[in-house]
Design a binder for this molecule. Sequence first.
Ligand code: ATP
Ligand code: MG
Length: 379
Amino acid sequence: MESSFPTLGILGGGQLGKMMAAEAVRMSVRPKLLSPKDAGPMRPYAGAQVGDWTDPEILRPFLSACDVITVESEWAPAGAAAEVLPEATDLWPSTTTLSLIKDKGVQKQHLSDAGCPVPRFARCNTTEEALEAAETVGYPVVLKQCRGAYDGYGNATVQSAEGLREAWPDLAAEDGLLVENFADFNRELAVQVARRPGGEQVVYPVAYTEQRAHRCHAVEVPADIDEDVAAKARQVAQDAVEAVEGVGLIAVELFEMPDGELLVNELAPRPHNTGHYSIEGSHTSQFENHVRAILDWPLGSPSLRQPVAVMVNILGRREGTPPRTTGLPRALAVDGASVHIYGKPDVRPGRKMGHVTALGDDRANVRKRAEMAASAIEL
Ligand code: ATP
Ligand code: MG
């Protein structure tokens, strides 16, 4: 790399790209974003471009202006980028890592083959296969689309063969579905790992993630769990990241089972909603460590600045364009609330529109402040 102030290309223009770019700007790494649509979150950046990101004629000039390329999401066309990638430009995470993660069925199989603990599962192409598999993995089962699903949209939990038969036609894609045993967990946890190409890595504290209607509502860090469970969660996360040779920031979603066992739900090869607290909460945020890791720069400490950090998502409450709201000043009036609004031009019920982070000593008090500020913003 010639200059110590390189250019970072991001395939994506949503909130993750926006927050990655913000950390890049702070270190004078120049962000360039490419998105297939005029995504609101990327608009503040001069280096934002809208274009067909699968088109080699668009990709070539974009890539050749960058020292390193990364993706905002596992579905960004990294394969198309790799085909026309200039020799001097790096692409992280690698297309190998991405292809091991972006299909949930391939991912589960790979993690399981590598010895990582996962719920019992089977990849099924037909209803008959699924009915048979469900008997083996045990009801209730979660049916999951293997590609393109997020925020629980492509999932359904069924209790019986009858339920499975009913759900299959609406949900099943051409390549079928993943059939997974419903894990009756105590808690959902998440661990972020930032890893450089040579393997040097840092591991974030274990986060407790609270889902409502299959969607992340709040994240508390550190999770209120025994130290031995936390240590095991961090180890399982590191093993999973190793198994996919992850480079950059990788988030590992875990289920903590009643017997203390930890199962890997899924990996995200990028900064993740469960790590947003780290922007204010950690000495080095997940976004900064992602940028550092893919540039093969020294990683920063992931430890917490204060004993507890809580993040609460701001979800859309209606359909349409975001209304003018007095909510932001009201949220900012909450002591110590850091408010992030992503700038999406349309709102949908349940859509992630922003988040709030609060820090402090007392878990209940920090949680209360984060909830208060987040609920003040009505979008
Ligand atoms: P996101 O984009 O929010 O990470 P996703 O659409 O990729 O979600 P999953 O993470 O597979 O979907 O599932 C969403 C949620 O559904 C999980 O966080 C968990 O609460 C629940 N869930 C998924 N799989 C199982 C399972 N096998 N047993 C119990 N609950 C599950
Ligand atoms: Mg998930």
